[in-house]
Design a protein around this ligand. Structure first.
Ligand SMILES: Cc1cc2nc3c(=O)[nH]c(=O)nc-3n(C[C@H](O)[C@H](O)[C@H](O)COP(=O)(O)O)c2cc1C
Length: 193
């Protein structure tokens, strides 16, 4: 049985549902397929993310489960991610250009992070979950995707539907069920009102 576990974060005031409900499971439903409209919307959300001087240094390369691109991305994850990411419905490689016309794009990775954030929230608002992965073999991923010189993979984002049934290993289910925490608001943000 597949269950949509809702983890609502404790916030001091209400915030957007998709933000307070977002978390990063490792247990995904290996039979789930993302509807076409949801798939397109995820990338639209990323496309409309702001970037420094609108330079748009981020390019996403993605494959749904069962495609050659999915397998290429999956094959370059670090061991601890290989244990669960194969059950995701979609794997997205986030790649950036660090310079253009000989000039550095100083905020390229910052911009890429925003793309990841925006598309994650769009996915969450559509009942999907995302899990970002820094544990990737960068050179192997660049080679597997045949990226042009100057474009570097930064992260991979797994997208899918959470599954906490026994189709998922006990270890992964225990990690998904473990408490999540954050720094206190007063430590995170020093605000003068
Ligand atoms: C840039 C980045 C890299 C991450 N790398 C990994 C990873 O390689 N493997 C993994 O299981 N989780 C990875 N995570 C997930 C974080 O551990 C997770 O987002 C964090 O613990 C907060 O949990 P939450 O997303 O459920 O709020 C990564 C997250 C980010 C943003």
């Amino acid at each position: 049985m597949t269950e949509q576990l809702t983890v609502r974060n404790t916030t001091s005031v209400p915030i957007l549902d998709a933000l307070s409900d977002r978390w990063s499971p490792r247990g995904f439903d290996a039979n789930h397929a993302i509807a076409d409209e949801d798939l397109t919307a995820i990338f639209e959300a990323g496309r409309w993310t702001p970037s420094a001087s609108n330079t748009q240094p981020t390019t996403l390369v993605a494959g749904v489960r069962g495609t050659a691109t999915f397998d290429k991305i999956y094959g370059t994850l670090m061991d601890f991610n290989l244990a669960w990411a194969d059950r995701a419905s979609l794997l997205i490689a986030v790649t950036v250009e660090h310079e253009r016309d000989g000039k550095p794009l100083r905020w390229a990775e910052y911009d890429a992070g925003q793309v990841a954030a925006h598309l994650s929230i769009e996915a969450q608002s559509r009942g999907l979950h995302t899990h970002q992965l820094g544990g990737i073999h960068v050179d192997a991923l660049a080679e597997a995707l045949d990226l042009p010189a100057g474009r570097t993979p930064i992260t991979v984002i797994a997208v899918g539907q959470h599954d906490d049934s026994d189709a998922v290993s006990e270890e992964i289910r225990a990690r998904d069920a473990s408490p999540r925490s954050r720094r206190e608001l007063t430590d995170f943000a020093q605000i003068e009102r």
